[in-house]
Design a protein around this ligand. Structure first.
Ligand code: HEM
Ligand code: HEM
Ligand SMILES: [Fe+2]
Length: 444
């Protein structure tokens, strides 16, 4: 590492991996419940497991993004963080809110709006914690002599993500209006500002790993930001089709939703062409695997599988079915989980000074987790298509259909075991790296 304060990112990466393990535990509880083995029903009901699963996902990804920012911003600003101590306090705040929220969920302390279940008092703490984070990275960037495009896109994404949390905190009596604003958070995050965070991280990793000129890489970053905004903002309409919102959203959502995959296609082409141009000479090949893999899996999961149910003619049948879980898993994995794992793979040798990227372990982690996720997505797709035909086309009873698709969840659970094996290897590799050390500081 170049600056000692970058080591704070280790805390965030370690936290992210612990929360990922917990997320997976709740995933298995639901997987088994879908197979017909809801043995924990009296202790952890499906809805509690579900909220814990998706909120842990958001928490570990945010922790990963923050860790990435604490690593990237000092390098892009060419200076230490303004305060490492405040960054540690901010980390502790994040952990406290996260733990309180997940424990609270188990006792029914929540708001009950999918993805935004965190109860109101904790929401305020989240806001304070994120303001502190923005302060530390923002002040560092502002007091730099010059700050790069990559850094600006990353911080723009993080700051807008913080601002967009606010519409999710207003309550409305009308279910329709409530949903309307919930999507400002959920959709505009994953198909808007989080894409900027992903773009910024991708650009940083490509600059470091391929050796292609920063000017070339950053020029393409502008194109991706352009595509994201062009399609993503009005693309929100693909969630307004049949919820009681005005009819024009069918056209607006259909059109702009269909354009959204372009930004992800752009990112995949971007990463692949930069690697072709710069070559694979960097010794940390596994970080490059995760980086390019992320751009490709994001295109398939978010772009391709998102497109598969974005048109109103299709969504009228698929809305609220297991088809959504099919897309949700690979999209979140490809775009956001993989970029965080790419960043961890790149940063760990630099933070610790140890070259643990050599040897078969990290490669096994990469392949087994990705093949596992592809398998899970396929099994969800089969279950989802079967559900749509039986429940929506033929009109069978909801619960009868859930029973009929139980068999497909054996596939989900088996593939999930492979994914978990891969993640286990990744974490084992992370542990082998050990703690950040001053010896890893680059002499300048
Ligand atoms: C490895 C073990 C995992 C298992 C067994 C699992 C299983 C499940 C199940 C059964 C559901 C509920 C579907 C329903 O509502 O009926 C679910 C929801 C979800 N999971 Fe997982 N999951 C796992 C890991 C992951 C990972 C690694 C991610 C992200 C990278 C993820 C992201 C999601 C998301 C976003 C949803 C909500 C989807 C929606 O809104 O419909 N899961 N998961
Ligand atoms: C990385 C980017 C993306 C992620 C992480 C993601 C994740 C998700 C998740 C978790 C849901 C369920 C949300 C909920 O019900 O609360 C969802 C819904 C949806 N996504 Fe995505 N998505 C991404 C990109 C896209 C793209 C690019 C498209 C269109 C091409 C798309 C189309 C849809 C549609 C139409 C739904 C609504 C499903 C329904 O309820 O009928 N998504 N997405
Ligand atoms: Fe969306």
């Amino acid at each position: 590492m170049k600056f000692r304060s970058q080591r704070v990112s280790y805390l965030f990466f370690a936290t992210a991996l612990v929360l990922l393990v917990l997320q997976i535990c709740f995933g298995f509880i639901m997987g088994f419940a879908h197979m017909g083995f809801d043995v924990l029903h009296d202790v952890i009901t499906f809805n509690v497991a579900r909220s814990s699963h998706v909120n842990l996902l958001v928490f570990w990804l945010l922790s990963g993004f923050m860790g990435a920012a604490y690593y990237i911003v000092p390098e892009e600003a060419d200076r230490e963080l303004v305060s490492e101590r405040l960054a540690v306090v901010q980390w502790a705040g994040l952990v406290v809110v996260g733990v309180a929220a997940i424990i609270g969920f188990q006792f029914g302390w929540w708001e009950g709006r999918k993805f935004l279940e965190i109860p109101r008092p904790l929401d305020y703490l989240v806001v304070v914690d994120i303001l502190l984070f923005i302060y530390v990275v923002g002040r560092t960037a502002l007091s730099a002599e010059r700050f790069t495009t990559t850094g600006i896109v990353l911080l723009l994404g993080l700051t807008s993500a913080a601002l967009l949390y606010l519409p999710g905190m207003i309550t409305f009596d009308s279910q329709v209006i409530d949903s309307y604003f919930r999507w400002w958070v959920v959709h505009l995050w994953v198909e808007g500002v989080w894409e900027l965070i992903m773009g910024g991280m991708l650009s940083f990793l490509l600059i470091k790993l391929t050796g292609v000129d920063r000017e070339v890489i950053e020029k393409w970053l502008y194109v991706i930001v352009g595509f994201t905004f062009l399609s993503g903002i009005l693309g929100t309409g693909h969630h307004y089709y049949y919820i009681g919102a005005p009819e024009y959203w069918l056209l607006v959502g259909g059109l702009f939703g269909a354009l959204e995959p372009l930004a992800f296609l752009g990112m995949a082409m971007y990463a692949v062409s930069m690697v072709r141009r710069g070559g694979m000479d960097h010794p940390n090949k596994i970080a490059l695997f995760w980086t390019v893999g992320c751009s490709v899996m994001a295109f398939v999961g978010a772009g391709f599988l998102g497109f598969s149910h974005t048109l109103p003619q299709v969504n009228i049948w698929t809305h609220g079915t297991i088809i959504t879980a099919m897309h949700g898993h690979m999209a979140f994995w490809g775009a956001y989980a993989m970029i965080v794992l790419a960043m961890i793979s790149y940063a760990m040798p630099n933070l610790t000074g140890r070259k643990r990227y050599l040897g078969p372990l990290p490669e096994w982690a990469f392949w087994t987790s990705n093949v596992g996720m592809i398998g899970m997505t396929g099994a969800f797709a089969v279950a989802g298509i079967a559900q749509v035909y039986m429940e929506r086309r033929i009109g069978m009873d909801f619960l009868a259909v859930q029973e009929a698709v139980e068999v497909h969840f054996t596939g989900v659970v088996l593939a999930a075991m492979l994914l978990s094996f891969g993640i286990g290897l990744f974490i084992w590799n992370f542990v082998q790296y050990g703690l950040p050390s001053d010896e890893a500081l680059e002499r300048r």
